[in-house]
Write a protein that binds this ligand. Structure first.
Ligand SMILES: Cc1cc2nc3c(=O)[nH]c(=O)nc-3n(C[C@H](O)[C@H](O)[C@H](O)COP(=O)(O)OP(=O)(O)OC[C@H]3O[C@@H](n4cnc5c(N)ncnc54)[C@H](O)[C@@H]3O)c2cc1C
Length: 408
């Protein structure tokens, strides 16, 4: 291909992962262009990835100085962890300095839409273009590069393509990769509830096991800037569509959060979570790389979805930056293969961690059920028992051991 050494790297998808990939390539001096299926005036509702880990903030700040800072200014760091068991408090801890002493807090909480707004600002500052209404339809890779056709009828040639086009990824299908894994048994209802001005709830992350106010369902409440995320775990036999009706959600919200919040539900959705990853993250010619949800879908407990997607993006950009300038094809191939090896391992680790949280919440293992019950009965006497109940719904805390930057 004629322009292979100067043509921009193409990225399918202007979600958080595609935008981070573009910024991370730009930071490494590699030109990048984004092809996005949606129109520029699209609605990205639903708070989704509210929990942004500190390491993600560091990565974003590194690839575009000021981006991490803006997210920290906008985000909220809740100071209190609180857990209840069937109406009774079993654990509560408030931190004086919940974000820690580092340059960036351990985490921040803001709606994904706001994170994406800041990323759009960063792209504009970096002069990176998004081609809207340009869905990638076909991908043809060869030893020299990739030919892409988009829904607006245009043809593109690029030395490298990053498929960051989300869970239904066309790029993944076009390179013949397939998702493998399974799906949660339970459904979960997830709602966003606007904050009230008068008498707001204390800023705490609350997990309530078998909440008697809502028929013994597990409930989680997490604050973010401007509102709350309310998760309700369906029981066996529940019809999630029925539970999601306006009337039912109003009633659930009233019982869980109080009358003043009942009319503030702004978004509701129900999920069965997929726990899957692509059987390979790169094409046979080592010219197409999958990143984020195009490569893996995780249950959200432990907040590894967008966080691990940002790590994919940074590592994809790092591999491409070397491959893009390599004089020897074998070196370029190796870089891309190394990307696949590292991020496939990370995805396996993240899937396992999110899977442990899911398994715990679904309570199918009798040993887990017993451990929970025992912890609940001991929580009045031993703080460590309450702390176990507080911690377990989110799975292990660690990042995959093979990453050097501490990312997910
Ligand atoms: C309820 C819920 C809670 C969550 N909570 C968290 C959390 O606390 N922390 C966390 O880290 N993650 C969380 N996540 C996960 C997070 O939302 C996703 O991991 C993240 O959005 C994935 O980003 P992405 O860029 O890979 O994909 P997406 O956000 O899906 O973006 C893909 C983009 O590609 C575009 N596209 C699709 N097809 C094409 C095509 N053919 N050509 C071009 N463009 C295309 C789409 O329009 C879209 O813009 C949560 C998710 C859910 C549902």
């Amino acid at each position: 291909m004629s322009d292979a050494n100067t043509a921009p790297v193409l990225i399918a998808g202007a979600g958080p992962v595609g935008m981070t990939t573009a910024l991370a390539l730009h930071a490494r001096g590699v030109p990048a262009t984004i092809l996005e299926a949606d129109s520029a005036d699209r609605d990205r509702s639903g708070s989704r990835a509210i929990y942004v880990h500190g390491t993600t903030l560091h990565t974003l700040e590194r690839v575009h100085p000021g981006l991490g800072e803006r997210m920290v200014e906008e985000g909220l760091v809740w100071p209190t962890r609180h857990t209840k068991w069937r109406g009774k408090d079993v654990f509560e801890r408030t931190y004086d300095n919940p974000g820690g002493k580092g340059t960036f807090p351990h985490f921040t909480s803001l709606p994904q839409e706001r994170t994406e707004d800041f990323m759009h600002e960063a792209l504009a500052e970096a002069g990176i273009e998004i081609h809207w209404d340009a869905a990638v339809e076909t991908v043809e890779s060869g030893p020299e590069g990739v030919r892409v056709v988009t829904s607006d009828g245009r043809e593109w040639e690029t030395p490298y393509l990053v498929g960051a086009d989300g869970g239904g990824s066309t790029v993944r299908k076009e390179i013949g990769a397939q998702f493998e894994g399974d799906q949660s048994k339970n459904s979960f209802i997830i709602a966003d509830v606007d904050e009230v001005e008068e008498d707001p709830l204390p800023l705490e992350r609350l997990f309530h096991y078998d909440d008697p106010k809502v028929g013994g369902r597990n409930v989680m409440l997490v604050p973010f800037t401007g509102g709350w995320r309310l998760d309700i775990q369906c029981l066996e036999g529940d019809d999630p569509d029925e539970l999601c009706s306006d009337e039912n959600m109003r009633e659930f919200t009233r019982r869980i959060m109080g009358e003043r919040y009942a009319d503030n539900v702004t978004w509701v959705s129900s999920y069965k979570f997929l726990q899957v990853m692509a059987d390979r993250f790169v094409d046979e010619h080592r010219r197409v790389l999958l990143a984020g949800e195009a490569a893996h879908l995780l249950a959200p407990f432990g907040a590894r979805g967008m966080n691990s997607g940002v790590a994919d993006a940074d590592e994809a950009a790092s591999a491409i930056a070397v491959a893009y300038r390599a004089r020897e094809d074998a070196v370029a191939r190796d870089e891309v293969e190394l990307y696949a090896a590292r991020r496939e391992k990370a995805a396996e680790y993240n899937l396992d961690a999110a899977g442990q949280a899911l398994e715990y919440l679904q309570g199918e293992n009798p040993a887990t059920v017993l451990r929970k019950e025992a912890a609940a009965s001991l929580a009045d006497y031993f703080e460590v028992a309450g702390e176990y109940l507080d911690d377990a719904p989110y799975g292990p805390h660690d990042a995959p051991p093979i990453v050097s930057t501490g990312n997910y």
